[in-house]
Write a new protein. Structure first.
Length: 348
């Protein structure tokens, strides 16, 4: 009997030691919400289509449905890992702060007590970026919308989205988030390439300025870049790395490049996947102090309900608008996220 008790004790001790350590986990997400516009005509922007009388016949019923659907998606990103909604979320294609407020006050999100950082951008249609964050996880200290000064082929300015920089404390740890929505491929990729290369140059300038102040700065850049991870904006201008072992101090690591090379994407066009929605970051997020937040893994959130199930566009993201009609879908993009982990502090 004594031998049995000793054996049982050894087995229980071994099992307990074999259990994985618990880590603190935070989720950082990004979602292009496909024109989350209210129904009110803004005389200062070209939003006329998004009104009840406009080309999109954008009624309160459409708007409220879109808000609820986007809120549901946001509430479920990373939920299988953390059993909660993301801690910090970058948004693209929001019209103003009011629509973001409607979003975070839905039944899906209101209990998470999100805050908002938003600035009106120079975009002609009033398309903006924004950052929302759980007040229990992140405390903003400063924010600034960095304007992108670029020009069309005819030499006239292209009024496009700012790059939103938000600096603050994630559970007391200083971090920086940049939310992007780079110029589109209107007119074709080659013709518009220089616009995104200039956007990449601005992004690099912002990141480099933060690293100059603090060489160990943890900087996250997220957004709809209208470029894939292998395009020149990333590989030539930002010089992102896709292999962890190649990342050195001052480099940027882009986990989305490996995913893209495996055939993954966040939007589809002419039966080809693109991975325009990305999150990349500085060296110390990847290889910094283990007692602080570090990168764990990345993901494209693409459950079945976000995917078109029938017809010509079967397998594509289930978008909310097609041919000027509201489809009762979600977005033409899938959201993406990364997970950060850190070891818990030892109890004294």
């Amino acid at each position: 009997m004594k031998k049995i008790i000793i054996l049982a004790f050894i087995l229980l001790t071994t099992f307990a030691c074999a259990q994985p350590k618990k880590f603190a986990v935070r989720t950082i997400a990004f979602y292009n919400v496909e024109n989350l516009f209210d129904t009110i005509n803004d005389p200062n922007t070209l939003d006329d289509a998004r009104t009840p009388e406009g080309a999109d016949r954008w009624t309160s019923k459409c708007y409220n449905d879109h808000v609820q659907k986007i809120a549901r998606v946001l509430s479920e990103i990373g939920n299988d890992v953390t059993h909660s909604a993301p801690d910090v979320i970058g948004l693209a294609e929001v019209e103003n702060e009011a629509v973001v407020a409607d979003l975070i006050n839905t039944s899906y999100l209101k209990d998470y007590n999100y805050g908002i950082v938003h600035y009106d951008s120079p975009d002609n249609r009033g398309v903006d970026v924004a950052l929302i964050y759980k007040k229990s996880a992140f405390k903003p200290i400063s924010s600034f919308p960095h304007p992108l000064h670029v020009y069309k082929d005819d030499g006239t300015p292209l009024n496009t989205r700012d790059q939103l920089l938000v600096s603050g404390e994630l559970d007391g740890e200083m971090v920086h988030f940049i939310v992007n929505h780079w110029p589109s491929r209107l007119g074709g990729e080659p013709r518009s390439r220089h616009l995104r290369e200039e956007a990449a140059a601005l992004n690099k300038q912002i990141i480099d300025s933060l690293l100059k102040i603090d060489p160990n700065a943890k900087v996250f850049s997220m957004g709809d870049f209208n470029d894939d991870p292998t395009n020149s904006s990333f590989k030539k201008i930002l010089q992102t790395k896709d292999k962890k072992e190649d990342v050195q101090k001052g480099d940027l690591f882009n986990p989305m490049e490996t995913m893209y090379n495996k055939g993954m994407g966040t939007l589809a066009h002419q039966d080809k996947w693109n991975l325009f929605d990305q999150i990349y970051f500085t060296y110390d997020v990847l290889k910094g102090d283990k007692s602080s937040y570090r990168y764990w893994k990345a993901s494209v959130f693409n459950p079945d309900y976000l995917t078109t199930q029938t017809g010509r566009y079967k397998g594509y993201p289930f978008r909310s608008m097609a041919n000027g009609n509201y489809t009762w879908g979600y977005s033409d993009h899938y959201p993406v996220c990364i997970y950060l982990i850190k070891k818990p502090k030892n109890k004294k």
